[in-house]
Write a protein that binds this ligand. Sequence first.
Ligand code: GFB
Length: 326
Amino acid sequence: MSTRILVTGGTGLVGSAIKYVVETTEKRGDETWFFVGSKEGNLTDLQSTRELFDKYKPNKVIHLAAMVGGLFHNMKNNLDFLRQNMLINDNILLVCHEFNVEKVVSCLSTCIFPDKTTYPIDETMIHNGLPHDSNFGYSYAKRLIDVLNRGYFEQHNRLFTSIVPCNIYGPNDNFSPTASHVIPGMIQRLYNLINDSTTNTPQEERVFTVYGTGKPLRQFIYSHDLAKLAIWTLREYDSVSPIILSVDEEDEVTIEFVARSIAKAFDFKGRIEFDTTKADGQYKKTASNKKLRSYQPDFQFTKFEDAIKHTVDWYLQSKSQNAIRE
Ligand code: GFB
C-alpha cells in the first residue's frame, strides 16, 4: 500500500526542490507524492481546503504553502502576512485532523525568533520574546503553527511537527523586484544592470547597489539541501517539537559577501556600492543546528559559492526561456 504524500506550496522554491529530490536521489517505491500550488485551491478558505484533501486523500503532508516575502515586502504588509498565513495554517491543520493525516511537517523560519535574544538561537527559544518589528505579522502566524501543533498533540495525539529553516535560496525562487528575498532580489537586479541596453556605460564602470549596509549576517541553506532534510523529517523525525534545519553557525555570511558571490557568478566586473538609506532588517539571527546534527552528524551542505553559481546559471537559462517567477 503506497503512502500518499501531499506537499502544499508544491510548486514554489522548496516544493519544487522536494519534487526534484524525491524523483531522483530520494525516490521510494512505496510513496506517491502530490505537489499542489495555489492555483489548485485557495487554502485561506476552509471548504476549498477540504475539497483539495478530498481529492488527494493524503496519509502525510508537508505544508509549505504561505504568503512569503523578503524584508521589504514584510515591512509593508505585516497585517496581510499575519492574517493570510493564520487562515492557511489553521485550515490546513484542521483538515489534516479531519482527514486523519498521520503526520504533518509544517514550515517555520529562523526569522520568527525573538529579536532580543542570546545566540545561538535554538528550538526552545521560539516564544521567548517579541519578534523583529519588520516581520511581526509573519512571525506570529508561524509561531502559532507550533502552538497549534502542541494543541493537536495534547488533545488528539496528532503527530503534527515543524521544521525551522534558515534563509533559503535556489532555482525556481520568487525573483520579483518587490517581494523577493535577498539572493533572488540581488540576482534579478544584477542581471538587469548587466543587460541594461539603455546605457553605453562600459560593464566595468557599472555600479551594482546593495540595499542596506551589507553588514547583516545570515545563514543560507540551498533549497536542494533543505529538501533532503525536509524529506528526512517527514520519514524519520517523530517529535512534535520544532527542529531547526540550518547550515552550521560558522557558515553564516554577511550580505556583502552574498553580493560579491553573486557578482562573481555573473562574472560582473563593475563596482559594488551600498545604499544605506535602505533598511538592514535583523542584524543577525544565528541559529544552532545542534539538534539536527544529533540526528544527522555527517550531512554535507552544498558549498555556498557552488550553490550560488548553480542558482545564477539556472536563472540565466530560465530567463532565456522566459520561465522566471517575477
Ligand atoms: O532575504 P531578506 O529580504 O530578508 O534579506 P531577511 C534582507 C537583507 O538583505 C537586509 C539586504 O539586510 C537587506 O538590506 N538586501 C540587500 C536585500 N539587497 C537586497 C535586495 O535586493 N533584496 C532584499 N530583499 N534584501 C526575512 C523575513 O528576513 O527572512 C521573512 O523578513 C522571511 O519573514 C525570510 O522569514 C527568511 O532575512 O532580513
